[in-house]
Design a protein around this ligand. Structure first.
Ligand SMILES: [Zn+2]
Length: 68
């Protein structure tokens, strides 16, 4: 089930990208996660505010850099 594990990891990272601050890397706790209707990411740790999709794309860019 190695392949399944990898697929899950990718999906997990994609999901986490919307819940992780692109500035300080803080991950939102389960009780404060964004829902699909919330369009703005607000970090409770550093106060960073960004469009949800912009924040997620910044995080994915970090992942890609880290993977190279
Ligand atoms: Zn932050």
């Amino acid at each position: 089930m190695r392949l399944g594990g990898q697929t899950h990891l990718k999906a997990d990272r994609l999901f986490a990208s919307t819940q992780t601050c692109s500035r300080c890397g803080a991950r939102k706790e389960s009780g404060e996660k964004l829902t699909l209707s919330e369009r703005t990411f607000r970090c409770a740790t550093c106060g960073h505010v960004a469009d949800r999709d912009d924040n997620a794309s910044q995080n994915l860019r970090h992942y890609m850099v880290a993977a190279c």
